[in-house]
Design a protein around this ligand. Structure first.
Ligand code: BES
Ligand code: ZN
Length: 848
């Protein structure tokens, strides 16, 4: 069994590695990789320990002389050259290995996708390519020569030579091996350029398989917008003559920021109005931005070790969220991000996988690319910005780039930059990085003689391995509203540093209504005794759009929780929604968010966190019932809005028309609950874009009236992989719960279910786990089906199997029968012979 790695064990690499020269002779089952490493010892007498996995060693020499068997030790995980075999000064190590990219189904290292060679090296994939110190604090300049008959040969940096059957690339910027990339294939480019703020012209290319080139325009524009934004907002300019993006169909993750050669899952590049939804467009723009922004936050300044992952990921997610907020509607983007944070990170933090944004141990680092590292990591950056203000934030980032360019850094370096630039002591704030768990913030209020007091307490439940939870610094943005809805105290940021702390506001004429945690100023659960009337008041009057939405959300959530436990929908919620549907002064995208009901998983989480045991069927029924009640109560307004939001003219993915479409679909959901699917069927028949086509299909599937539309959709799109992923996903996720597992089984038997393709696998299995009541079927059929497929995928692609095992992370929420069924499946998975390190770490942690 693979050992645990601890943060406390970090030691610098005892050699300097300044330059690397690689030569690839590509062949599907016998690629030869020659590597030349220019090394200088930094500690006398140290052995040279190189990582290497699944490599066939062909040749090994130092300064041109072959090593003898006694000079080194070759194991399953690497190559150790004994100190006695090493020169005292600088030397050159040359190795040659053979690898088989065509047999690489794990999609890590060098692999093949549709006849194309490509790489994925983060976090520890480079060791499957050659023997190397595969750790992010070893930064070297790379020269790469690729030999192959394929027409397009790409690597990092700038092209320096090419001819018949070869190309050479040189990357002037020192980088860790995880940022290495190589692509070879029959590819076509959509090209453009960007002139940087200092006037340098950069060639931009989006490379795809022939036939896909008509769906690259949006990605290219998104790249240009990202480059401009990073110059304007952070003063950061691109630093090579060329920037390449390649789309591949087989990819474990979303995308990867390799220096000068980003590699993308094709679903995050290819878009046309007929094949991609508004959400796809928004996501493509955000991910292109994210990977581009890594050029400074990740590549120029990288991580010392993988424990520091949120140094690059949390910051870069924060940057891409800010970018999208600037490109579209900022308030809407913030609400969407908080919905995701709660749905993924709060869920993770409430279960057995809870860990801090900077963990201190792991077995398989791939298992730590989590919602906590990414999304909570981004929230922590946002809180720092709130604490030091926008100018203070920019000053801190300027100092970060000035001080650490070219280095591999830690969270301590990052915090120090904020301390030095702001003069603040951030010792307590650092707990956000090192402590796990979501703080619960309770607030009570008092009003006496014109003085209003908010009494806060904070508490964080114990998490695996962390019992003690000292108080954190929580920035709480607060505003106060008067009885007529006017703002009597504008937003101010209270800094809570104690476990219990009070804040007073003086000189008020009447008892105010507080708007607390505006903009979601900290990733906490706010608990406050409030009335539906007060929530309806905030939904009508709050000047902070986030808290306006939040008031309606809380109302919807408490209504659903009550209904799932046998109650009836409260009048306040229904009235408040009625006012919103017709409120033409609010942005359509905002109204759409307010109309959309919380998902079933969110309701289950709310019930569990209130100490109840969620019943998935009751939650499902409550949500359908509320939809129907809403529609009956407001049919006229919903129908009028539905009709009014039809977008005339040709499709564009811009914020305004996509906001209208999203409001239109938000009206369609309740209407479909009472019109028998008539509108959805009409929309499906007339739709000319994927947003509306899929939006209509989703409603029909939920009604069990989609057989005809599903057949015609399939007939039209069966040759388009990305669209067929949607076809699989929609059915798995939305088929009514009683039929969901049977439907998933039928889909798994479909000849188009290519389970080795991660996108297709995720569509079906991820769809099923998103079908809350279907997955959690009382007889355990959902759990069994899901576990069977994880067991099947694991030997093929352990990384994806392990990531998907998080469907079971909520087992402790449910009744004892379901708990036993889920734990039974996890135990069955854990007992599989030859289980991967990835999945065995996950089952062990999930079982607790
Ligand atoms: N560096 C990651 C890609 C990655 C993740 C490589 C895990 C190896 C293991 C990349 O920058 C990233 O974060 N991609 C995200 C999308 C992003 C917009 C949050 C992804 O792939 O999901
Ligand atoms: Zn990233």
């Amino acid at each position: 069994m693979h050992a645990t790695t601890y943060l406390a064990d970090y030691r610098p690499f005892p050699f300097a590695l300044e330059r690397v020269s690689l030569r690839f002779r590509l062949a599907p089952e016998a690629t030869r990789v020659q590597a030349e490493l220019h090394l200088t010892p930094r500690e006398a007498g140290a052995a040279l320990v190189l990582d290497g996995e699944e490599l066939k060693l062909i040749a090994l020499a130092i300064d041109g002389a072959d090593l003898k068997p006694a000079d080194y030790l070759l194991t399953e995980t690497g190559l150790t050259i004994h100190p006695a075999a090493l020169p005292e000064g600088a030397f050159t190590l040359t190795t040659e290995v053979e690898i088989a990219p065509a047999l690489n189904t794990a999609l890590e290292g060098l692999y093949m996708s549709n006849g194309m060679y490509c790489t994925q090296c983060e976090a520890e994939g480079f060791r499957k390519i050659t023997f190397y110190p595969d750790r992010p604090d070893v930064m070297a300049r790379f020269h790469v020569r690729i030999e192959s008959d394929l027409p397009v040969l790409l690597s990092n940096g700038n092209p320096v030579a090419q001819g018949a059957g070869f190309a050479e690339w040189d990357d002037p910027w020192p980088k860790p091996a995880y940022l290495f990339a190589l692509v070879a294939g029959d590819l076509v480019a959509t090209s453009g350029s960007f002139t940087t703020m200092s006037g340098r012209e950069v060639a931009l290319n989006i490379w795809v398989r022939p036939g896909d080139e008509d769906r690259c325009g949006f990605a290219l524009g998104a790249l240009q917008r990202s480059m401009g934004w990073d110059e304007r907002t952070y003063g950061r300019e691109y630093d090579l003559h060329i920037f390449n993006i390649v789309a591949v169909d087989d990819f474990n993750m979303g995308a990867m920021e390799n220096k000068g050669l980003n590699i993308f899952n094709s679903k995050l590049v290819l878009a046309s109005p007929e094949t991609a939804t508004d959400l796809d467009y928004e996501r493509i723009e955000a991910v292109i931005a994210h990977e581009y922004f890594h050029n400074w936050t990740g590549n120029r300044i990288t991580c010392r070790d993988w424990f520091q992952l949120c140094l690059k990921e949390g910051l870069t997610v924060f940057r891409d969220q800010s970018f999208t907020a600037d490109m579209r509607l900022g308030a809407v983007k913030r609400i969407e991000d908080v919905i995701t944070l709660r749905g993924r990170q709060f869920r993770e933090d409430a279960g057995p996988l809870s860990h801090p944004p900077r963990p201190d141990h792991y077995r398989e680092i791939n298992n730590f690319y989590t919602a906590t590292v990414y999304e909570k990591g981004a929230e922590v950056v946002g809180m720092l910005k709130t604490l030091v203000g926008p100018e203070g934030y920019r000053a801190a980032l300027d100092l970060y780039f000035a001080r650490h360019d070219g280095q591999a850094c830690t969270i301590e370096d990052w915090i120090k930059v904020f301390e030095d630039s702001s003069g603040r002591d951030l010792t307590q704030f650092k707990r956000w990085y090192t402590d796990a768990g979501t703080p619960h913030l309770k607030v009570a209020e008092r009003f006496e003689n014109g003085t209003y007091t908010l009494d806060f307490t904070q508490e964080t439940a114990a998490t695996p391995g962390q019992a003690e939870k000292p108080a954190r610094l929580i920035p709480i943005a607060v505003g106060l509203l008067g009885p007529n809805g006017d703002e009597v105290v504008p937003t101010q940021v209270l800094e809570m540093t104690e476990a219990r702390q009070s804040f007073t506001f003086e000189g008020l004429g009447a008892r105010p209504v507080p708007s607390i945690l505006r903009g979601f100023s900290a990733p906490v659960v706010l608990e406050r005794e409030t009335s539906p009337a007060e929530q309806a008041f905030l939904l009508a009057h709050d000047s902070d759009p986030f808290n306006r939405w939040e008031a309606g959300r809380a109302l919807a959530l408490s209504t659903l929780c009550a209904m799932a436990q046998g109650g009836a929908p409260g009048g306040e919620y229904l009235d408040a929604v009625g006012r919103l549907i017709a409120d033409e002064t609010a942005e359509p995208a905002f109204r759409a968010l307010c109309l959309r009901l919380p998902g079933e998983d969110e309701v289950a989480q709310a019930l569990a966190s209130a100490g109840a045991v969620p019943d998935p069927d009751a939650i499902h029924a409550a949500r359908r019932k509320l939809m129907e009640t809403l529609a009956n109560r407001h049919e006229a307004a919903l129908a009028a809005t539905y009709a009014a939001c039809a977008v005339p003219g040709p499709y564009t993915p811009d914020a305004a028309p996509s906001g209208l479409r999203s409001l239109r679909l938000a009206c369609l959901a309740p209407l479909s609950a009472i019109d028998g699917g008539a509108r959805a069927q009409a929309l499906f028949d007339s739709a000319t874009n994927m947003t509306e086509s899929l939006g209509a299909l989703n409603q029909l599937i939920a009604l069990g009236k989609a057989e005809g539309p599903l057949a015609s959709f399939r007939a039209r799109w069966e040759n388009n992989r990305l669209v067929m992923d949607k076809w699989f996903m929609a059915q798995a996720a939305l088929t009514p719960p009683a039929a969901a597992v049977a439907r998933a089984e039928a889909l798994a038997a479909d000849p188009l279910f290519d389970w080795k393709n991660p996108n297709r696998f995720r569509s079906l299995l991820g769809g099923l786990s998103a079908n809350h009541a279907g997955f959690h079927r009382a007889d355990g059929a959902g759990y069994r089906f899901y576990a069977d497929w994880l067991i099947r995928l694991d030997p093929m692609n352990p990384q994806t199997a392990a990531r998907m095992s998080t469907a079971f992370e909520t087992w402790a929420r449910y009744d004892t029968a379901r708990q036993a069924l889920m734990r039974g499946e996890l135990t069955r998975i854990a007992a599989q012979p030859g289980l991967s390190r990835d999945l065995s770490e996950m089952t062990a942690r999930l079982l607790g």
